[in-house]
Ligand binder design. Structure first.
Ligand code: GLC
Ligand code: CA
Length: 558
């Protein structure tokens, strides 16, 4: 397998709005990040994935960009950005920017022009269509944030497409000028010295020309645009063009957010010889339990989870590269979803989950606060949410269609809302967890007095120190990066056990996903005298192992 620095790196995602506020306005900012770089250095990560910091009216917290070459006023200035980049580089930390180019904000200069008239030179930068009739959008597609994916615009009596909010009009990638603008903007950032791109919903940039109605699943008001917008007809052509014109000219880390991606698709986006991206984010493991709707409280059966993870591990081996994650700004907290966030088991299960993911083949991504074992927020009321996805879904499902009961839907939001990940980073036990001296834009989790970075750093047995150790091990052992993966006990509903192999070395990774003791038989090759414990969340060293304790994680190497 070919070596690459981005295969050996560990990435840390920062959601700037919630990371650190330096000026007391309740909103995280760039100076806040710069001030915490030493913390990240201590953790040992190599790359920061920075969620969007560009100028934005914040309809979707920066994923609606009105100027790609300016910094959001609330976050600071371009000078602050340059300082942060320099300070990060001085510490050996790279910066990967979020590239949001499936859509812009409706306040972007291009769209302001585009909506003016049918013959405006920017008209074709976006996707405009006539309605099917009086008050009838061009087709039945629903947007990801509820409602129709089409917005009527009076100025020209036409509709524009927005797969997300109506303040996020989709760019028309079939227009060569759009591609040129995007590529030259990317080039501008690369020349500034940034180190890579995470590409927002990049699998959706190419749409089927005819824009036909999509299938309607029972219980839904709108049709699914998926078959016509996800992995559309020209997506690979456009990415190859992007690679040739920009990516291949620099030494970057690139990862595509590709919802709906299968292993076969991933080999095209991130294949070793495809010249598109380094890797993609797949969502199959995050979507387990979703039966046509994200708003459920279904548990994640371990057998299914193992099946999905193992498929990605074995089928990309030698062909493409995996990204490894359980959290990001769009997902609830992993310890609350896959582990156990009770007082008794939170720490153990957070460490167990970290072991399970970090011992796999691929590039691990740590989301801010995951390294502290931060948990979901105890939401009980719709007024507590800030996320447009929840606010719109509540409106549509409870108030308009009446298909869901308020209380029941909120309990699903509590379990799955993106706002769980967006509550402020818990730095210490001072008011608002040390995140701000003002009033935070989204409430701090009330458990901050116990769960915070300061306490975690002081306690050598904390989740933080465990992450630090996992990251350090990856730097020391090639087998953790490059070893090939094999699942053991596929039908076991409680234990996740797998091996990694590289030349004459072998790892055995054992994780107990339950709060009971579980018997385990260690394969003979690992009981040999030269076998040793690489990491354990129970402080085991050597000795006979007959069972795994509640949420135990144990890695042996021979
Ligand atoms: C991606 C982002 C998400 C955003 C959406 C629209 O899925 O991760 O936060 O809302 O794209 O840009
Ligand atoms: Ca601020």
């Amino acid at each position: 397998m070919k070596r690459a620095w981005w295969k050996e790196a560990v990435v840390y995602q920062i959601y700037p709005r919630s990371f650190m506020d330096s000026n007391g306005d309740g909103v995280g900012d760039i100076k806040g990040i710069t001030g915490r770089l030493d913390y990240l250095k201590e953790l040992g990560i190599d790359v920061i994935w920075l969620s969007p910091v560009y100028q934005s009216p914040n309809d979707d917290n920066g994923y609606d960009i009105s100027d790609y070459q300016a910094i959001m006023t609330e976050f600071g200035t371009m000078e602050d950005f340059d300082d942060m980049l320099r300070e990060a580089h001085e510490r050996g930390i790279k910066i990967m920017m979020d590239l949001v180019v499936n859509h812009t904000s409706d306040e972007h200069r291009w769209f302001v022009e585009s909506r003016k008239s049918k013959d405006n030179s920017y008209r074709d930068y976006y996707i405009w269509r006539e309605g099917k009739g009086e008050k009838m959008p061009p087709n039945n597609w629903g947007s990801c944030f509820s409602g129709s994916a089409w917005q009527y615009d009076e100025a020209t009596d036409m509709y524009y497409l927005h797969l997300f909010s109506k303040k996020q009009p989709d760019l028309n990638w079939d227009n060569e000028k759009v591609r040129e603008e995007v590529f030259s903007m990317m080039d501008w950032w690369c020349r500034k010295g940034i180190d890579g791109f995470r590409m927002d919903v990049i699998s959706m940039i190419s749409k089927t020309k005819e824009l036909p109605d999509g299938p309607v699943t029972p219980g839904n008001l709108y049709g699914d645009f998926g078959p016509y917008c996800i992995h559309g007809p020209n997506v690979h052509r456009y990415l190859k063009e992007m690679n040739e014109k920009v990516l291949s000219r620099y030494d970057l880390i690139t990862v595509g957010e590709t919802s709906g991606v299968t292993v076969e698709d991933a080999k095209r986006y991130a294949g070793e010889s495809e010249h598109e991206l380094n890797m993609v984010f797949q969502f199959e493991h995050m979507d387990i339990g979703n039966n046509g709707t994200k708003w459920n409280r279904n548990p994640v059966p371990l057998v299914e989870f193992k099946k999905v993870m193992s498929k990605w591990q074995t089928e990309l081996e030698g062909k493409a590269w995996n990204s490894l994650y359980l959290e990001n700004h769009d997902q609830p907290r992993s310890v609350s979803r896959f582990g156990n966030d009770s007082e008794e088991y939170r720490e153990r299960s957070a460490k167990m989950l970290a072991t399970c993911i970090h011992m796999m083949q691929g590039t691990p991504y740590v989301y801010q606060g995951e390294e502290l074992g931060m948990t979901n927020y105890p939401f009980t009321d719709i007024s507590q949410f800030r996320d447009i996805e929840n606010i719109n879904a509540y409106h549509e499902l409870v108030e308009v269609s009446g298909t869901r009961e308020s209380e029941e839907l909120i309990s699903c939001f509590q379990y799955k809302s993106r706002d769980n990940a967006r509550t402020p980073m818990q730095w210490d036990d001072s008011p608002h967890a040390g995140f701000t001296e003002g009033k935070p834009w989204l409430a701090v989790n009330p458990n901050y007095k116990k769960i915070n970075a300061k306490a975690e750093m002081e306690n050598p047995n904390s989740v933080f120190h465990y992450y630090k150790k996992l990251i350090a091990l990856r730097k020391k052992y090639d087998i953790i990066v490059y070893g090939s993966y094999e699942l053991l006990l596929p039908e076991d509903e409680n234990l996740y056990v797998y091996t990694r192999s590289l030349e004459d070395e072998k790892l055995l990774v054992m994780c107990n996903f339950t709060k009971e003791n579980r018997a385990i038989e260690i394969p003979q090759e690992f009981t040999k005298a030269d076998g040793k414990v690489l990491i354990s969340n129970y402080g085991r060293d050597n000795g006979e192992i007959k069972n795994l304790k509640p949420y135990e994680a144990l890695v042996l190497i021979v």
